[in-house]
Design a protein around this ligand. Structure first.
Ligand SMILES: Cc1cc2nc3c(=O)[nH]c(=O)nc-3n(C[C@H](O)[C@H](O)[C@H](O)COP(=O)(O)OP(=O)(O)OC[C@H]3O[C@@H](n4cnc5c(N)ncnc54)[C@H](O)[C@@H]3O)c2cc1C
Length: 441
């Protein structure tokens, strides 16, 4: 269950730092730090015809304050909300630092029988009396299924893994992709988070009270759900999300790792701005059409699998993102943004220097150079009926053709969502809990 603060991000009543009711099985949603950028963002939205909304309500399109699973300025994870409070239950055994390496499935009757895992360099096998639930996430769940003989026949044969069940495991991977390269300069002082603006007091505010600029979730203050002019979505359905925050690629060197930007490239592109007041509006594509795959590199469960995303393989993704960029620029330079001197930084990216800044061609090049995966993977163990050739699990999350084995994580979501994926992953867990309770009485 989610415990929701109001959509303006006001604190959960009677809950501050030490006295929050962790034991109540709640996952908190909050975010309280505000800068004048947020007023400008909402104002700009209104000027462009958008209402200020709670985007977790039934209103799908509009501008609103960010809502994140945080409590006291820190991530409030599923482990803190749902596992930690129950760790002493007699029917729950939690083993950390253990790596599952295989699910043993009987090749004749196709029953999942046991789980193999490595702990402290020793291999153990745990047998099941009822069933096994795999919940290793969108990358590791398909890897473990394939290592256990459940996957595309041709790929498993290539890997010399005996095939238990031929299913399209790992063949439908979608991720959201964003562009963090839009940098807006400001005429103000003290709004943006820059290395020289950040004071020791900010660190103390966050550390002891969970407040202040460092409590912003990933530096994001506001979110907009918009529908661009090239949208093929039916009705009022957003195709682009805009994320605004009082920092940018130019000021956040640490984000360069996240975006995989090389130091030389970064210095040439944004080096002039590192201590200037800047902010960013990042467009993110919701309904990615480009489909990726997860395959095994080899049979070693301790090796990463091969993940190929194919971002922008479908040109419609590129086209929608170019519109998203143009929209973000419109937002960042309208309404109250004008009053705080917001202007787009127009230095060309080194990899796109031969193109005219601001043209569609330029933005396509910028996207191919600087787009960022959002790690919102879905689809690798897609849910669907038995007649769907791409489906891996059924509507009760049972692996098609295998007995006593379910997958319960974000990998079962079949298509890219109009949302970030943490809450939907929790929803999958909650739904599976209901299914299990019903199935096992
Ligand atoms: C850097 C990053 C930032 C993100 N930020 C956000 C955000 O701000 N908002 C949002 O909505 N979403 C965000 N996401 C996405 C969100 O975290 C995921 O969609 C969500 O966690 C998926 O839940 P899951 O249970 O399917 O998988 P996971 O959360 O990945 O859980 C899988 C678990 O299985 C364990 N595991 C894997 N393999 C094995 C094995 N072989 N043996 C034993 N254990 C194993 C892993 O250690 C992990 O604990 C972010 C993702 C990343 C990577």
């Amino acid at each position: 269950m989610f415990r929701i603060s109001d959509f303006r991000g006001n604190d959960v009543p009677n809950c501050h730092m030490q006295n929050c009711p962790f034991t109540k099985n709640y996952m908190y949603i909050s975010s309280n730090y505000r800068t004048p950028l947020m007023d400008a963002f909402l104002d700009s939205g209104k000027k462009l015809g958008y209402r200020t909304i709670d985007y977790n309500s039934d209103e799908r399109i509009g501008f609103g304050y960010v809502q994140a699973n945080t409590l006291n300025g820190r991530r409030h994870s599923t482990s803190k909300a749902f596992l930690f409070p129950f760790k002493d239950r007699k029917n729950l055994h939690i083993l950390t630092q253990a790596t599952v390496t295989k699910i043993n499935i009987n090749h004749v009757n196709k029953k999942a029988e046991s789980v193999e895992f490595v702990y402290n360099k020793m291999t153990y096998t745990v047998e099941t009396k009822k069933e096994i639930i795999l919940s290793a996430g969108c990358i590791a769940s398909p890897q473990l299924l394939m290592l256990s003989g459940v996957g595309p026949k041709e790929h498993l044969s290539e890997m010399n893994i005996p095939v238990v069940q031929d299913l399209r495991v790992g063949q439908n991977v979608y991720d959201h992709v964003a562009f963090l390269g839009l940098v807006f300069q400001l005429n103000t002082t003290g709004i943006a988070i820059t290395p020289s603006n950040t004071k020791i007091q900010d660190v103390k505010d966050w550390l002891f009270n969970g407040e202040g600029p460092l409590s912003l979730p990933s530096g994001v203050e506001g979110i907009a759900f918009v529908k661009t002019s090239v949208s093929e979505e039916e009705f009022d359905y957003p195709d682009i999300e805009l994320l605004v925050g009082p920092l940018s690629l130019a000021t956040q060197r640490s984000q360069n790792n996240l975006s995989g930007v090389k130091v030389d490239y970064f210095e040439e592109a944004f080096g002039d701005l590192t201590d200037e007041e800047t902010f960013s509006i990042a467009p993110m594509l919701f309904h990615t059409r480009s489909k990726g795959q997860i395959t095994l590199k080899d049979k070693n469960p301790f090796h990463w699998p091969q993940v190929t995303y194919n971002y922008f393989k479908d040109r419609r993704d590129l086209k929608t993102m170019v519109e998203g960029i143009k929209y973000a620029i419109k937002v960042g330079t309208s309404g109250n943004f004008e009053n705080i001197g917001s202007r787009l930084y127009k230095k060309k990216l080194p990899s796109c220097s031969t193109l005219e800044f601001g043209t569609d061609q330029y933005w396509e090049c910028a996207l191919r150079s600087l787009a960022t995966p959002m790690q919102h993977h879905v689809g690798s163990c897609r849910m669907g009926p038995a007649w769907d050739p791409e489906a891996v699990v059924d509507h009760h999350l049972r692996v098609h053709g295998v007995k006593r084995l379910r997958v319960g994580d974000i990998s079962i979501i079949p298509i890219p969502l109009t949302a970030h994926t943490n809450a939907p992953a929790v929803m999958v867990g909650e739904k599976l809990a209901d299914i299990l309770k019903a199935d096992w009485n």
